[in-house]
Write a new protein. Structure first.
Length: 159
């Protein structure tokens, strides 16, 4: 196989999903660890934070290899909160879809389908909010990846 200078589009998008998810998760973990009083649970949070930080540090060097077009501004927490909500909605859609495939009871299936549709609707609304505010420039790969790097660096720099 020949040596490539850029990542393929599909692996770039997968990397984007991982970095976006882990950046939001890292910010959430760092905010929540302040509230954890149990020493053993606090240690688990600390280990999780270190693992996610390492993951981000290992993935960020690949961003310059992503196909791109081609600045940064400081933003409030709205991108984080909306990204976290989008991740929740996306995970809900996946979870409902899996649960439906495991359901034999028709009444339960009907409820799960109704709730799946509501989760899909929420995802669409949150995505639209993020897109309109420039937090998720999904049709501009260069901007999308810059957002990922900015969020990952913000998460890594948090105390």
């Amino acid at each position: 196989m020949d040596e490539r200078r850029t990542l393929a589009w599909h692996e770039t998008l997968e990397m984007h999903e991982l970095v976006a998810f882990q950046s939001n998760g890292l910010i959430r973990l760092k905010k929540m660890i302040r509230e954890v009083r149990d020493p053993q649970l606090r240690q688990l949070y600390s280990v999780s934070i270190q693992a996610v930080e390492q993951n981000l540090r290992e993935l960020l060097p690949f961003f310059p290899q992503a196909p791109r077009e081609d600045e940064e501004e400081e933003r409030a927490d709205d991108p984080f909160y909306s990204g976290d909500l989008l991740g929740f909605a996306k995970t809900s859609v996946r979870s409902y879809a899996i649960a439906i495939t495991e359901t034999a009871t028709p009444q339960l299936r009907n409820i799960l389908v109704k709730q799946l549709n509501a989760a899909i609707q929420l995802h669409a609304q949150v995505f639209q909010y993020m897109y309109q505010h420039g937090y998720y420039p999904s049709y501009n790969l260069s901007e999308l990846l810059k957002n990922d790097v900015r969020n990952a660096n913000r998460a890594l720099s948090m105390k």
